[in-house]
Design a protein around this ligand. Structure first.
Ligand code: MN3
Length: 197
């Protein structure tokens, strides 16, 4: 049973004007789809053919299979990290953020700084460890918190394909738009509750 490309959790134009339907048609329909299609070819006929994506990510050794599996995982997580609807962290997540950063504003600034300052292709994450302590990290290329024993709460894709059509080379404009208007704190709060459970 092959993996399938998950549908976007909102209409293709739902994130406009920050991220356009044009960008999503390429980023979801072409880039994300290619990772899923490539991975299906690699796992076909192997013991991982029927494994869930999490298990493939954890089982894959560095190289093409890890890169495609991790990128398939990262993109599904990225779509779910954004929403056109305003939201705020749950009380438990807000408390963990205050403990780690002092305020929600400081946490968002740390995430934004990690995204803007990351050199080259990669991802900026808000993560929690298994004790529920939150922090910000960035990863290169396809790398992800799951490979480091950490739980992802939110992510920003800073590969150039995520923003070039809408913002050209201005990564900071794209990151600021996400941080000010699109972060899905409801989903982050659900993820945090699963970590703390
Ligand atoms: Mn991408």
């Amino acid at each position: 049973m092959a993996l399938t490309l998950p549908a976007l959790p909102y209409a293709p134009d739902a994130l406009e004007p920050h991220i356009s339907a044009h960008t999503l048609s390429f980023h979801h329909g072409k880039h994300h789809n290619a990772y899923v299609t490539n991975l299906n070819k690699m796992i076909d006929g192997t013991p991982l053919a029927d494994a869930p994506l999490d298990e493939i990510v954890k089982a894959a050794t560095p190289g093409p299979m890890f890169n495609n599996a991790a990128q398939a995982w990262n993109h599904t997580f990225y779509w779910e990290s954004m929403s056109p609807e305003a939201s705020t962290p749950s009380a438990p997540l807000a408390a963990a953020i205050d403990a780690a950063f002092g305020s929600l504003e400081a946490a968002v600034k740390a995430l934004s700084d990690a995204a803007v300052g990351h050199f080259g292709s990669g991802w900026a994450w808000l993560v929690a460890d298994s004790a529920g302590v939150v922090s910000v990290m960035s990863t290169h290329d396809a790398d992800l918190p799951l490979a480091h024993g950490l739980h992802a709460l939110l992510v920003i894709d800073v590969w150039e394909h995520a923003y070039y059509l809408d913002h050209q080379n201005l990564r900071a404009a794209y990151v600021t738009a996400i941080c000010e208007s699109l972060l899905n704190w409801n989903r982050a709060s659900e993820r945090y509750a699963a970590v703390a459970a």
